[in-house]
Design a protein around this ligand. Sequence first.
Ligand code: GLC
Ligand code: GLC
Length: 822
Amino acid sequence: MRYGHFDDETREYVITTPHTPAPWINYLGSQNFFSLISHLGGGYSFYRDARMRRLTRYRYNNIPSDAGGRYFYVHDGGDVWTPTWLPVKADLDHFETRHGLGYTRITGERGGLRVEQLHFVPVDTDAEVARVTVTNTSDAVKTPALFSFVEFALWNAQDDQTNYQRNLSIGEVEVEQDGPYGSAVYHRTEYRERRDHFAVHAVNARAEGFDTDRDTFVGPYNGLGEAAVPHAGTSAGSVASGWYPIGSLCVRPTLAPGESATYTFVLGYLENPDDAKWADDAHQVVNKARAHALLARFASTEQTDAAFADLQRYWTGLLSTYSVSSTDPRLDRMVNIWNQYQCMVTFNMSRSASYFETGIGRGMGFRDSTQDLLGFVHLIPERARERILDIAATQLPDGSAYHQYQPLTKRGNHDLGSGFNDDPMWLVAGVAAYLKETGDLAILDEQVPFDNDDALAAPLFEHLTRSFRFVTENLGPHGLPLIGRADWNDCLNLNCFSTEPGESFQTTENQAGGVAESLFIATQFVLYGEQYAQIAERHGLADVAAAAREDVQRMRDAVLEHGWDGRWFLRAYDYYGHKVGTDEDSEGKIWIEPQGFAVMAGIGTDRPADGGPSVAETALESVHELLATPHGLVLQHPAYTTYRIELGEVSTYPPGYKENGGIFCHNNPWVIIGETVLGHGARAFDYYRRIAPAYREEISEVHRQEPYVYAQMIAGKEAVRHGEAKNSWLTGTAAWNFVAVSQHLLGIRPDWDGLVVDPRIGPDVPEFRVRRVIRGATYEITVHNTGADGATARLTVDGSPVEGTTVPYAPAGSVVRVAAVV
Ligand code: GLC
Ligand code: GLC
């Protein structure tokens, strides 16, 4: 069952009913100002950092759900309703939400009045703009009142939800009904003291009324659905002093039959320099010059429309770097639109703010953001470069890393600290991807601090070396890497031994001196250790490269000698040196992570002399047999049914959820890529389609989350609700699936000296064309594909056959035509 449809022409998902199984959201903004917006207008806005600079309020965990957002109440001759359906929930004659690239358009119609709200964050603008068009579809004159509503958060989102004894006395606003561009409410809580920022909520017309005090607007003991002012039909002119500041402005157009009125509402973030905070120091009146400059840019509908057109051009430009045209519309829409879009969102948000992440708990993750680069680097390489330098600056001198850092300060988060021993090598992964995309070897010479301390600065290449050495200097008894607090799997906490409810599994080590080892980090080291060697070579350090390769070879040997269980790779050795992920155990016999990663790293891919299956083939056969479900590949099998103190958080989840046997979509592409390494395109594409949201649209009542973006997890086979997704949007699944589909299934990937064209997608996509722009040149690639297992492409470049599957990089500005036959 579906709740809408894709509109590929406009690059939108069109939701045709308010009654989706969960709020289906979108993100506005891709630079500094961000908003979350659900198909019902819910969500919130923040500037750069969802924790430290929250503009508006949203209530997680609320009843009813999706509470808090930007709303427009209509009062039409006594009939009160909201075009977003929520919060009033009056029946609508027509409802539609179109989530597009950086914008959301919501239309509601009732009783002969149609309201269309177009929300977006314009390029290079620290504001959410809403173009609201009210149309009289009846045959009588109407004079409806429209009341906007936003509820301000007091900036620090954590404090905003906890420190009421202070907060309920500090709220301050200013109102400007006769401003130069219409009317505005300014939210200036704490501006009188240490803050240099304030917010503005404005409309480009003189509002007939305003409210800034929530209790007045809503009315005591009311919910937003019963808000008093919209029901009364006139603003109360309330001025907040403490309690709960809001912004509400009222306009009342007179509309002949068929006539429309259009307004632009703005919610903006402004900063003033210290010496220009006040327009009137004595009376502490905020200097609004910058706010007026912002509002001047949206003074007319034409200006707003032009800003919207800019945003659309911006996205068209970004998405022109990689696009496919095939016989499978679902593949095309994932690759061309939604997967790349989600990569932008994960790049911006890391794992901070979604409907499953409060924006308070997590900043930017070291491992998360480095992996996000893999799916983002082709979109805006300059921003990837900046991100690499920011992340590397939080690395600690011994090569380990703060697990998270706060985007506003770009400093490592001390609460969480370090000790996730997979973190260091992800930096190598991100840098390698950046170098292959751009050829910008100069980045390796950039001076980058350790631990944000300039005195400790060293060239970026030195950071990679410390990452590499961190692994080789922290090996356990089998010559495999020590796991520390966890590896990629946050919930495999082999030194934790927690009996205390609520104790953090990630930051607690109750038993010191552990020798627990991770096969995941071992396979990760083989893959990215080799890339480190390749970087060293290109950096002119052949001896460093050669020495690194010896370490990598030792690790390969250790994996095959101590990491093979007979039918698959082990997952770990625990604190006591016992195997984790072995057939000898009754549960958690086989885990997905090392299988996919080992094969991606080319471990055990050689066929034995007798021609039987390779170790790699055996491992992935076991994955197929034991981990595959119609909804994707589960993380391990069987899921744990009891708490195993020596394993940590992983066994705390009920069977089938999250890291305990859930379909953790982030690691599925490792197996997909692994299958392509083995030449099994058909199976790889089959796995791809099991989790790719566009292919799951038809079962939206089972999947329940947005059909246009990946979710972190789909409940696994032992779960009560097998097939149900959770934690949509902010997940490494986005980047990794884009890598899997664009670079390995479709097979077009940047290498050091050229673009590789090596499709392995099986027979279901017999023909396709890819357009790839890289290093300024455009490659027009046409593929005729039998999809036979093990087949390798034969290439013709500009009419001449070439050896191998690499098309040498052409000078910027050139167009290269490649024909591939597989
Ligand atoms: C979450 C975390 C990620 C981790 C994964 C597996 O997605 O953001 O860092 O690797 O869970 O535990
Ligand atoms: C990751 C895991 C989650 C775990 C959390 C701890 O997000 O997915 O299950 O609880 O990390 O930080």
